[in-house]
Write a protein that binds this ligand. Structure first.
Ligand code: PLP
Length: 410
């Protein structure tokens, strides 16, 4: 940091301000977390300087003997965590992991099936403006009237449309996903079964959310959400798909792997194998349940009525406030959140009637039952009276008192 300050004071000021924001705000964005200092140190290491096109032991550059060790550690550890036959740790992000799967198995014009963005899916699962939506014929599935994945409709659609690839996984879905059911449907229609477990990866690593690896041909993930690693992606697969996936990542889609990020992934995977990680994830789940119950008691509706993971969608309509406004006023009160469409949302995507709340970050900083309950009550306090500046200021003070008791990076 001293070096950044000397070389680039302007940038240093932005970093310092962001550090302060991360310390003082309660981070409620479900896809964010605080990576450990060891993860960040590996990511800030000299491995950033190294070109290593290829894979361990088979590189197109000299001098790769040490980065080979780093990549092999990451591969071995992530296979161990999830019980995978093979792994690729080179995807630069979750989106490129998904694109690599498409490149490995599909041709433009092929039919794919994924969860619709409006009902909880991700952009890369077939949204019209994403490459997945532009290059493929997309069939979507969604939720039933209980706001649970409509497995029967998904199965019917799969038989009608015969997709070449079926994607399970979501960015805003709170319940357990029945991967076994998806796998059976995929088998019945002859589709490749891909799971994007980006959101749930940490819970799955700890054994408290269903593991898709035994059921899926390929499983993609980010490493920076509940898994609490550096920003990046991974692909786990059956050994039979390893060659196709590896050549889709390189040379298909990417050039040189980010060896410093891969090293940081190795550190994060080691952390995920430690017993403390399981206790952490159990608290993530408990905190989410406490937040959901408390918000319900305070008159808000949780989409699908409950959460079985780290995330929940909150329907704000009872409070007469949109997601856009809630995001802004909660931000003023030092709680960072993102607006999110709820199923059948009457508002536009940039406005929405909901917010998405996740507990991985608050749990990393040490929040347990009592602090999770307090956080939910502070959210409700803001939403009960969102246009009263004195109310927002009073909540902000309580948030600041709470966050100062739980520093993230000491
Ligand atoms: N898949 C899912 C389910 C996600 O929620 C996200 C990110 O929000 C991604 C993929 C994309 O990851 P990235 O932002 O690293 O490209």
């Amino acid at each position: 940091h001293i070096l950044v300050e000397q070389t680039d004071p302007e940038l240093f000021a932005a970093i310092q301000a962001e550090n302060a924001r991360q310390e003082h705000h309660i981070e409620l964005i479900a896809s964010e977390n605080y990576a450990s200092p060891a993860v960040m140190a590996a990511q800030g290491s000299q491995l950033t300087n190294k070109y290593a096109e290829g894979y361990p032991g088979r590189r197109y550059y000299g001098g790769c003997e040490h980065v080979d060790v780093a990549e092999q550690l990451a591969i071995d550890r992530v296979k161990q965590i999830f019980g995978a036959e093979a792994a690729n740790v080179q995807p630069h992000c979750g989106a490129s992991a998904n694109e690599a799967v498409f490149l490995a198995f599909l041709k433009p014009g092929d039919t794919i099936m994924g969860m619709s963005l409006a009902e909880g899916g991700h952009l890369t699962h077939g949204m019209a403006l994403n490459m997945s939506g532009k290059w493929f014929n997309v069939v979507s599935y969604g939720l039933n009237d209980k706001e649970e994945i409509d497995y029967d409709a998904m199965e019917r659609k799969a038989h009608e449309t015969r997709p070449k690839l079926i994607i399970a996984g979501a960015s805003a879905y709170a319940l357990r996903i029945d991967f076994e059911r998806f796998a059976k449907v995929a088998r019945d229609v002859g589709a490749i079964f891909m799971v994007d477990m980006a959101h749930y990866a940490g819970l799955i690593a700890a054994g408290i959310y269903p593991n898709p690896v035994p059921h899926a041909d390929v499983v993609t993930s980010t490493t920076h959400k509940s898994l609490r690693g550096p920003r990046g992606g991974i692909i786990l697969m059956k050994a039979a798909h390893e060659k196709a996936i590896n050549s889709a990542i390189f040379p298909g889609l990417q050039g040189g792997p980010l060896m410093h990020v891969i090293a940081a992934k190795a550190v994060a995977f080691k952390e995920a194998l430690a017993p403390e990680f399981k206790a952490y994830q159990q608290q993530v789940l408990k905190n989410a349940q406490i937040v959901a119950e408390t918000l319900t008691q305070r008159g808000l509706r949780i989409v699908s009525g409950r959460t079985e993971s780290h995330v929940m969608l909150v329907d704000l309509r009872a409070k007469g406030i949109t997601g856009k406004e809630a995001e802004a006023v909660l931000g003023d009160a030092h709680m960072t959140i993102n607006k999110n469409a709820i199923p059948n949302d009457p508002e536009k995507p940039m406005v929405t009637s909901g917010v998405r709340i996740g507990t991985p970050a608050m749990t990393t900083r040490g929040f347990k039952d009592e602090e999770a309950r307090l956080t939910a009550n502070l959210i409700a306090d803001v939403l009960d009276n969102p246009r009263d500046a004195a109310n927002i200021a009073a909540v902000r003070e309580k948030v600041n008192a709470l966050t100062s008791r739980f520093p993230v990076y000491r």
